[in-house]
Design a binder for this molecule. Sequence first.
Ligand code: FPP
Length: 253
Amino acid sequence: MTSQPAPSAVNAAESAGNGGASAVPRHVAIIMDGNGRWASQRGLPRVAGHRAGAEALRRTLQAAADAGVKVLTIYAFSSENWRRPDEEISDLKGLMRYYLERELKRLESEGVRLRLIGNYRAFGPDLAKQLEAAVARTASNSRLTLVIALNYGSRAELAAVASKLASKAVAGEIAPESIDEAAIEAELDTAELPQLDLLIRTSGEVRLSNFLLWQTAYAELLFTPVLWPDFDEAAFNDALGQFAARQRRFGGR
Ligand code: FPP
């Protein structure tokens, strides 16, 4: 090993400063967890928790834009979420359609650009079309990018990268020994996005659940007991305060 930081660490240091007291993370990711528990605590069906979760997303997006965050990546549906009952999956799809219909104008007027990661086409042609139209309509916006992870799994993402690079090597387009961190990053779903600075998971669970495994290498991780439907501007700003108080060394001293 040399004493030089890895390329991704250099990019991360450039993207958010080095943890100074006023550092605002450029790229924040959120595992929005706890909708079901929020609902059952109130004797409500799970879908009521997801609906309240969509409201929490609206609030958080606004708070992120106001704070100067440039990219917000949310885990809306994991590749493991297909194990849920059909009824809940159908409720989540309906909610996504409703959210897009209701929020698209607001996203446009707030300067939000929409992007997708994961195999969202598995949700069927109607929702895929609606998602792609929303991406196209917001493509020239630049205040904040909202990245929705849909049917996303980080191990599948990394396996796809390996497969793509192997195909290029077999075709003679690249030399196997030229495959480095930058080559892998360039093939990730998150290529072109700034390095991830902060990952927040709500509801007290302390694990990554197959979300952004490569991208969290140098990110600050923050776990809060707040259930996602209760997450609001104050909770988001509290997370930003904790981020600013941390010293990011990227492997250095
Ligand atoms: C985790 O809570 C949440 C989800 C699997 C879905 C997240 C979806 C939303 C917040 C709806 C809005 C999204 C969009 C894109 C409009 P959980 O159900 O696992 O909660 P639990 O662990 O308490 O059961």
